[in-house]
Design a protein around this ligand. Structure first.
Ligand code: SF4
Length: 382
């Protein structure tokens, strides 16, 4: 039985300048068709899962109407997906309403992840976001008034045009919100995005040194306010009850990805992993709906991972967490002894100052954290 379910809602009011996720515009008939297909998908796949964590990501899940959400929640009831301990819905600040927040609460949603990205109007514009800074304040208050006591806010740094002063101002203001969780990502230039094209055309320079400084400012500011970093980009508050060494408000759903757990994927472009099999749904809403309606799995492909390849992927992801890779847990999960199979790679990472061996774990140093992708690549065995 799979205990984590990811559901992709592929609609956005407007495409952001930096975004390479699969999403499309808000055609009402298309969204209806998607919801009808999703309900079938839920009913069909329900037998494989008893989710402890559910994550609706996007796209912009909060774009769905109250009626569409009610039908989705009814399907959850019908299939018995009712013991979800962490139920997250991603929201755009432009699409949060009191009625939607209340409906979410009544139906077991207990965590909201809100894409803020910046509190500077100029940068929000630069990124092509549809919301204003004012909407962030209003939506956060609406969510609190509805009773949400576990809210994540997403931020971005190293945005073209963002100075250290603007970044510090955003950090100071965001910390005043007192959210339980913060996810903070450096801008990534993905091919096929307007931001990438602008960068390639020389419209701005990428300043690595400034990005590093901004990351240091982030870690320092959040630490001073009592947030515990538990992954490169993720910080959470703790109420003192920290199972497995993670802060109590750490996102359990994402931790499951990083430790190599199984998860079910529903919706276009969603990727899943089960029993050593990785798969990807069609990154096309039409094809997804057609497949579901015809009684087929909506898959664009899949691959069976060799145990060693899967274990090395788990090692690379686990390195992203502050606690690093726990030797015994890793062996229990993958069947491989990290120190035996990756001894030379671990030595290399220690040698260049990126990694450190402790009694029970291997983890990245602070310097290593800046090069986590390269460090993770060292451990991949394909
Ligand atoms: S709201 Fe999110 S998913 Fe939609 S275009 Fe912007 S970044 Fe991409």
């Amino acid at each position: 039985m799979v205990s984590s379910v990811y559901i992709h809602v592929p609609f956005c009011a407007k495409k952001c300048e930096y975004c390479a996720f699969y999403s499309e515009g808000t055609d009402g008939a298309r969204i209806e068709r998607y919801v009808a297909a999703l309900l079938i998908d839920i009913r069909r796949q329900a037998i494989q899962a008893q989710p402890r964590t559910v994550f609706f990501g996007g796209g912009t899940p909060s774009l769905l109407t109250l009626g569409q959400w009610a039908r989705i929640f009814d399907a959850f009831q019908e299939v018995g997906w009712t013991s979800v301990s962490e139920f997250t819905v991603e929201c755009n600040p432009a699409t949060v309403s009191a009625a939607k927040a209340a409906l979410f609460r009544e139906n077991g949603v207990n965590r909201i992840s809100m894409g803020v990205q910046s509190l500077d109007e100029g940068l929000l514009d630069r990124l092509g976001r549809v919301h204003s800074r004012e909407m962030v304040f209003r939506s956060f208050q609406t969510l609190r008034e509805a009773g949400f006591d576990n809210i994540n806010l997403d931020l971005m740094f190293a945005i073209p045009g963002q100075t250290k002063e603007i970044w510090q101002q955003t950090l100071d203001e965001i910390l005043e919100f007192g959210s339980e969780h913060l996810s903070c990502y450096e801008v990534i230039y993905e091919e096929d995005t307007p931001l990438y094209d602008q960068m390639k055309a020389g419209e701005f320079d990428v300043d690595e040194a400034l990005a590093s400084e901004m990351y240091e400012m982030l870690v320092r500011s959040l630490d001073l306010k009592g947030y515990r970093q538990y992954e490169i980009a993720n910080f959470a508050r703790s109420d003192g009850n920290d199972p497995n060494g993670f802060p109590s408000y750490a996102c359990r759903h994402n931790i499951n990805y990083w430790v190599g757990g199984d998860y079910l994927a529903l919706g276009p472009a969603a990727a899943g992993h089960q029993d050593g099999q990785r798969y990807q749904n069609w990154s096309n809403t039409e094809l997804y709906c057609e497949a579901i309606q015809a009684g087929r799995l909506p898959r664009d492909g899949g691959e069976c991972l060799e145990p060693l390849a899967k274990a090395s992927e788990t090692a690379a992801f686990s390195l992203r967490m502050n606690r690093g890779i726990h030797f015994l847990e890793f062996q229990a999960k993958t069947g491989f002894d990290l120190q035996e199979h990756w001894g030379a790679e671990l030595d290399r990472l220690v040698g260049c100052g990126w990694g450190e061996r402790c009694e029970e774990t291997f983890r990245l140093t602070r310097t290593g954290f800046r090069f986590a992708d390269a460090a993770g690549a060292e451990l991949l065995k394909v």
